[in-house]
Design a protein around this ligand. Structure first.
Ligand code: COA
Ligand code: ZN
Length: 315
């Protein structure tokens, strides 16, 4: 395999993950998780979102969370915003980076942010202006880049036209989001082969959901194409409240484990990350989909069963 030496992970569990939790997670617990994630060496954390509190009541405490965290040098703290109002709030709250959202599909964009794609792009132009005036880089995510749970196929030309508009607005990075886990590795390769040569200088991120167990295969396909930025969610938390069938993101510790087993660096302490995942399970009160928390790393060894040691020695 053609693998990069190093990849950059952005943890989105406290945003993409927590947003779908039905019971309100105390603000203190959110702050604790962000601080613990930073302490693992996590280079980027999407802390929360500045959206309508009516749309996502779970994240109505975005300002308080941002004000309560301890900033670790070496971690960049961002938040998701759907419009310029969100960008003003995020800038005031002191984020390092602004993450925006629009969908490649009309139906999902209407369901998610109550706007047509064209209306969203107008709002995102104003959003980028707010961010750039404040000196904040903009990373633009595109939901349903590889398929829509309502419309099905999203033609690559349709995706490309959204990317082009976001690049025109001065986006530093583009995040291709597989919102409901519809992408497969061959498709990821095809889409990247189409887009990457057309938009030189863009930092590409793959944002995966493991709804159909294809998240890590999709990430490997993107890595072979030269993509080095990936989102993940601690424990595999997550899902979009406005996309039926959406389940959690790729589990961050499972991804970090896979990368480290292959010798790809992330700068993240895997044991510490597993500790955070266990704590998050306590906070949400259930077992999360991550596998490594249960299985341990590939290097885990078990004692030999009774008698086997003697039989080995006798050979
Ligand atoms: N932060 C806080 N409040 C906001 C806001 C923001 N970023 N944007 C709009 N609002 C407020 C408005 O001020 C208005 O408040 P009021 O009712 O007290 O007057 C209300 O929300 C409605 O505003 P409007 O512009 O008419 O928006 P809308 O009702 O059409 O909703 C969004 C549009 C984008 C604000 C809303 O759909 C949203 O926040 N979606 C986020 C979805 C999301 O997070 N999805 C998961 C992540 S992908
Ligand atoms: Zn997502």
């Amino acid at each position: 395999m053609k693998l990069p030496k190093r990849v950059t992970i952005c943890e989105v569990g406290t945003r993409d993950g927590f947003q779908i939790e039905p019971d309100f997670i105390p603000t203190e617990a959110k702050i604790e998780v962000v601080n613990k994630l930073a302490a693992t060496g996590m280079p980027r954390i999407e802390v929360t979102s500045f959206v309508s509190p009516k749309a996502v009541p779970q994240l109505k405490d975005a300002e308080t969370v941002m004000a309560g965290i301890t900033r670790r040098p070496g971690t960049r703290y961002s938040a998701l915003v759907p419009n310029d109002k969100g960008a003003v709030r995020a800038v005031d709250a002191g984020v390092d980076d602004i993450h925006t959202v629009v969908s490649a599909s009309e139906s999902h964009n209407l369901a998610n942010v109550n706007m047509s794609v064209a209306e969203s792009l107008v709002k995102l132009t104003a959003t980028a202006e707010v961010a750039h005036r404040a000196g904040k880089p903009v990373y633009s995510g595109i939901s349903c880049s590889f398929g829509c749970p309502f419309e099905g196929d999203v033609p690559v030309a349709q995706l490309e036209s959204v990317v082009a508009r976001l690049v025109d607005m001065g986006a530093t990075g583009i995040g291709l989001a597989d919102t409901t886990g519809m992408a497969n590795p061959a498709q990821v390769t095809r889409v990247l082969e189409h887009l990457m040569p057309r938009f030189a200088g863009v930092e590409w991120t793959l944002h995966t959901h493991d709804t159909r167990a294809m998240a890590i295969p999709n990430i490997l396909a993107a890595m072979e194409m030269g993509v080095t930025h990936f989102d993940g969610s601690i424990g595999g938390l997550g899902g979009c409240p406005f996309a039926p069938g959406a389940s959690g993101n790729v589990c961050t510790e499972d991804l970090v484990h896979c990368l480290s087993a292959m010798g790809v660096e992330t700068g993240i302490d895997l044991d510490a990350l597993i500790g955070v995942s266990k704590r998050v399970q306590e906070i949400v009160g259930r077992v999360l989909p991550g596998q490594i928390v249960k299985a341990g790393a590939w290097s885990r060894r078990y004692p030999l069963p009774d008698g086997v040691k003697e039989r080995l020695a006798a050979r």
